[in-house]
Design a protein around this ligand. Sequence first.
Ligand code: FES
Length: 494
Amino acid sequence: MIKIKLVTSEKIEIIETGTGLSLLDILRKNGYPVYAPCGGKGTCGKCMVNIKGKGNVISCTYYPDENIEVILPGVNETNILISQTEYLEDLPFKNNNKHISSKPYGVAIDIGTTTLVLYFLNLHSGQIEKIASLLNPQNSYGADVISRINYCQEHENGLTELQCTIINALNRELDLFRTEEKIDSSNFEKIIIAGNTTMLHILLGENPVSIALAPFKPEFIDKQTREGASTGLNVHNKAEVVTLPCISAYVGADIVAGLAALKAFHRNYLFLDIGTNGEIALLKGNEIFMCSAAAGPAFEGAGLSCGMGAVSGAISGFTRQKEYQVIGNTEPLGICGSGMVDIVAWLVENDLVDETGQLQDNFVIYNKNSIHITQQDIREIQLAKSAIYSGMKILLKRAGLSFKDIDALFLAGGFGNYINIKSALKIGLLPYGLRDNIYPVGNSAGIGALQYLKSDDFENKINKIVMNTQYIELSNIEEFTMEFALNMNFSKKN
Ligand code: FES
């Protein structure tokens, strides 16, 4: 056995472990999630930690065989979207009075690939008493759903490990609220969960592997209801735990809940959630068309030479005057998705990147920490923006519409909220023709789960969306490949 002393900004702990495990594995198993976008494959170089006397090491390729002291990077500030906006429903609370505890609470949870948000609702008064947000600790198993599915496939207890990681994180938040409010875990009697299809599978301990393999058939897409005792959550044994319905392997309950939460009075509109997949919904009257475009992790800050998540130290914005904003106002350590979109827009505007995406020279943003943009970074952004734009075009074609017929484009989720829309138009991620009708809506998935908790009527809205949706699998559409190639370029006109 060897001893590993772990030093964080909050505490020092000494753990004992056997040899033969990577440092990343040891840290994960002991509840110290390290950001590891490639899931521990040794290819992204981002899972760096500092070992006293040795300096920085890539934790997934470092196998300790002696006592060491590890200084872990602090993640003390993150951009996590919890907000309610005027575009989202705020339904009146309807108390059904059928409670199983004297002080009943409900929790609406949005399990994102990157972040978790919990809304605690008093089921007597209808008041939201707390909103908690945190990074999804599964980030140390990969930045995107595919890395996490791979982990489940490649490790004997991978699914259980990932499931425990999320359940433990949720239980920590439930316990914290319980202690603050001096209530018992049996007071949590209704839990409503939105999330993408993979996150929901892992949460419920269902095998997600088929999500990543053609023909992309998940174990379930319908609403799932479980009794509290069977979920591992610290809630009433008989609590109703509901995961909202999904549409397909890559259009999950987060999109369904988000779309249902939207107060849209337009006839034709687009709803877009940009992450590692761009999930897109097009509403044409009562008809709904949906697809998911594989954008890759660039907009999450992963897969880029100096990319990082939207946490402390990330450059999240870049102005026309070449000034950058850093999350947490600290020294820049890397660039997150919104910063990257700004920087690429600036490079295009200033002719340092041409229409085909050719970058004149590596572009240095911050010399000291060698933060720069490479040609490969530009290519990653081109692939990502083209996938999403092309996905929108395919849906429009299927509906017999063009961008001119669209009254509004709603942007869901954190990235949609934090990107500079002008920059997104400039790089061709969003359609220039809709420039005056683009609205970031806030955390629509979480707010959707919350509406489901507040009002029984909301379930009808969800069910209607599920019934009226035509799902379009882009990998089956030949035209998508052509569109994808056509939309790779940048336009100087935008
Ligand atoms: S290099 Fe270790 S997680 Fe990517």
